[in-house]
Design a protein around this ligand. Structure first.
Ligand code: HEM
Ligand code: HEM
Length: 170
């Protein structure tokens, strides 16, 4: 029985957290925040790429995913709903961000690369507000998910948090 997630999934999990924190700290209107805007868009797009890699890894390693002890059906359903919402956020928030950027400008360069944008949504201000709302909701969800993991570790004293950490060789 596997009691920790496969290494590549653990790496992507914590790398995604780092990128989400940086994307949140650098958020604002990227067309007038200079380097911070570049950082926001780069981290946001990397999160989207990592999301697809992560999905593929979950399929590849499906037999090695740890089955943590189920406390009750209610808790199990809540875990599955939060996990689904986290997955949806990992792809919808960056896509909404890309659409928001398309609504604000015709050109956006990351370094010397021109980012392809969608001209048909130019001037639709509500997309920016939607992206902002979804981004904030995502952070709240991450807080809930992280708090649940810490409660498992420090209060229930079970293996849930350790299943997402590298095993130390004795
Ligand atoms: C998971 C990744 C992301 C998170 C958590 C996130 C979060 C946020 C948040 C919270 C804001 C509002 C900032 C404020 O005004 O107070 C924002 C603004 C913005 N973000 Fe993102 N973002 C992400 C990815 C992206 C990506 C990939 C792009 C572009 C390709 C992007 C483009 C924008 C734009 C254009 C705005 C300004 C919207 C406006 O003011 O109308 N974001 N983001
Ligand atoms: C951007 C932030 C985060 C995202 C998007 C995220 C997403 C996820 C997802 C989707 C899973 C299910 C496994 C998978 O399919 O990869 C998971 C599992 C897990 N996460 Fe997070 N997570 C984040 C932050 C955190 C934080 C801050 C903590 C701890 C303080 C944490 C602890 C865990 C643990 C312990 C598991 C394993 C749970 C189990 O299998 O029962 N995560 N996370």
């Amino acid at each position: 029985m596997h009691n920790t997630y496969p290494k590549p999934i653990i790496i992507i999990h914590w790398l995604t957290l780092l990128l989400v924190v940086i994307a949140y700290l650098s958020s604002g209107n990227p067309t007038n925040t200079g380097l911070l805007g570049q950082v926001h868009v780069t981290c946001g797009l990397s999160i989207l790429i990592l999301f697809f890699i992560r999905l593929s890894l979950i399929v590849i390693y499906q037999k090695n995913i740890p089955q943590n002890e189920i406390i009750n059906q209610y808790q199990n359903r809540l875990f599955k709903i939060v996990r689904l919402m986290l997955y949806l956020s990992l792809c919808i928030v960056p896509i909404a961000g890309w659409l928001a950027l398309s609504s604000l400008t015709e050109h956006f360069k990351i370094g010397s690369v021109n980012l392809p944008l969608l001209s048909s949504v130019r001037g639709v201000n509500s997309i920016g507000e939607l992206h902002q709302f979804l981004g904030n909701a995502f952070i709240a969800l991450v807080g809930l998910h992280g708090a649940a993991a810490l409660i498992h570790h420090f209060i229930f004293k079970d293996h849930v948090l350790k299943s997402m950490l590298f095993k130390r060789d004795k």
